[in-house]
Design a protein around this ligand. Structure first.
Ligand SMILES: O=C(O)CCC(=O)C(=O)O
Ligand SMILES: [Fe+2]
Length: 210
């Protein structure tokens, strides 16, 4: 049985097509064709329509650290409902533990430098971001298109790089089995060299989002 708000390797691997990336340093999974092309195209349209500069928690003084744009996708959109439904079916995580779905867009030269998705415990922004919902637990990320050049996601600590592909999902546990943060989740949304890159990001918390 899964605890509320949690997923697990067993749960994810029981879903046809899910592959675990072989590493004992983190729990990381890939699923091709999680979303079909129509849903991807429709989500891209929504992201195009309403984007704003991406922001950074735990800012580190580098204004070029995350240069993409972000779209807050309304939970009322039929596309987002469909996505949420699929995510719940895949992960078993109660949607109440999820942050609102976001879209990210990178044009040529834009990137998200190497980072982890968890918040630094005791860091400047810990209270602001985590006092209600707690730490980020799982990340689910879906590529909405193939990119002409660049735009891969590189997990440095395990030497693994993923290429954008329409509908492909990556997900990982930001913590170790004892639920301490896992620095091996360090990843880099690399610069787009040609074309435009669109992804969906969905983060879950250890407590209900509220
Ligand atoms: O765009 C990517 O490849 C990575 C995105 C990411 O790491 C994030 O939004 O936290
Ligand atoms: Fe990230």
């Amino acid at each position: 049985m899964l605890e509320p708000g949690e997923s697990s390797a067993d749960r994810l691997l029981s879903h046809g097509g899910v592959q675990r990336v072989p590493s004992d340093r983190l729990e990381l999974f890939q699923l091709r064709n999680f979303l079909d092309d129509d849903l991807c195209a429709s989500l891209i349209q929504k992201i195009e329509a309403e984007r704003r500069p991406s922001t950074l928690a735990d800012a580190n003084g580098d204004e070029y650290f995350r240069t993409s744009e972000t779209c807050d996708l309304s939970p009322d959109l039929p596309e987002v409902r469909e996505l949420e439904h699929r995510l719940e079916n895949l992960s078993g995580i109660d949607p109440a533990y999820g942050e609102p779905v976001q879209g990210q867009r990178y044009i040529v030269g834009q990137e998200f430098k190497p980072h982890c998705d968890y918040f630094t415990p005791g860091g400047n922004d810990w209270d602001r971001y985590c006092s209600v919902a707690g730490q980020r637990s799982w990340t689910f990320m879906i590529y909405l298109n193939a990119v002409e050049a660049g735009g891969a996601t590189r997990f440095k600590c395990i030497g693994k790089t993923f290429q954008p592909e329409a509908g492909k999902l990556l997900c990982w546990n930001n913590r170790r089995p004892d639920r301490s943060i896992n620095p091996n989740t360090l990843h880099h949304g690399m610069k787009v060299r040609k074309g435009v890159k669109y992804v969906i990001t969905k983060w879950y918390r250890e407590k209900p989002w509220g």
